[in-house]
Design a binder for this molecule. Sequence first.
Ligand code: MN
Length: 486
Amino acid sequence: MPSINDLIKTINQENLQVDKDLVRLAFDFADEAHKGQKRKNGESYINHSLNTAITLAKYHLDQDTIIAGLLHDVPEDTNKTLKDIEKEFGKDVAKLVEGITNLGKLKYRGIERYIENLRKMFIAMASDIRVIFIKFADRLHNLKTLEALEGRKQERIARETLEIYAPIANRLGIWQIKGKLEDLSFKYLYPKEYTSLKQAIDSHFKNREAILSNMCAKVRKELGKEKIRTIEISGRTKDLWSLYQKLQKHNNELHRIHDIIALRVVVPTIADCYKALGIVHNKWRFVPNRFKDYIAQPKPNKYQSLHTTIFFEHGKTIEIQIRTLEMHKDAEYGIAAHWNYDEHGSIQLDKELDWVQDLSKWQQELKDSEQYLDSLKIDVFQDRIFVFTPKGDVIDLPEDSTPIDFAYHIHTEIGDKATGARINNQLATLDRPLRSGDMVEIITEKNRKGPNRDWLRFVKTRAAKDNIKSGTSKGIWDTIREFRSK
Ligand code: MN
């Protein structure tokens, strides 16, 4: 069981700018408030608060968030109020705790509750994204201690995690948390599948640890021969839930999945990344068509690395991921690695996180729950593609988006006046599904009246749908007015 000293140790290890006396004070406050309370598994309650705060420190959250992590269950479960927290630790901490308390009141029951829960999550994110990090840290510890709860509750929490929390973590680029949330839930939701998948990997890669450390040494040695410094190199096994999902797309054939085990190679510069790739390709046979250059073309969530897959023994493959330290940190901490603070010390959302603002706006506009959920499923949780404007800007869209979605994403006017498209310099129809990496140019016609209602049959994004509907209905009124004035 952790103590306050473990939290302080983590803060020191991660080199965080945090007032440790204040953290100790917050711990004492929470400890006193939760005194005598036990969790379902018999541990004292403060253990949960500490675990939450330690996770937050590991993910480099700031002082207010770590303190709010310690206090997050105080107003809900003790005699101390938000006012007390504000008096002791200030407005900012109190606001974070309030955000988490509001989220906590929701239970997952049926579709209405599900959507209500999503809405609250997105409002919380839009007002302060740190609230979501506290919620993730809280949930991680709850999942780790899920054993103590009764079956139906276990299932509810696991399902909610898989359907709501993990996709949001994914969109925020916090893959470590995403993977942990998913695998912990997987175990409770599909225990049989979980166990048999685990066994399958163990027999497919006997001595997995030995293979990985052996390959680490070999790659490090080959790079060293060419004077490339390896800052860090480590092996990982693919997270079980994402492997399970992938297997279902591949007939459950384990040998068709090439990234079950992978090496992460961190080198000093981008030039070193490409050099290292050349060395690896020179030394080992690589799997054709498995090379991906996410440095030149980052994923929509900004992920960067070079990926390639090599054969390391008869028929067995391992993926090699090569990146710089900066890219590595981005991948580890997601948006927490590069968010900005404004002059009041609160976090500003990156431009890339505009979608978070959009989501909280929609929840006010869309009264129909089903409709809201549909929009979310497509615009947020579906796989994303990235395409390019002729100037080389990257545009991030849901899978199967069309030139019309692209056009409305750029500007309403461009969507309204679109008459055709060029994809990779070839003329294309407006309903052609786009693919990642496409360069898209929209041909517009100045005199065009407005959008075509038929486009509704194939567009994917909500922005496009809304604009087409409002554009075409205006068109009808215009026609009526014209008719009357005649
Ligand atoms: Mn909690």
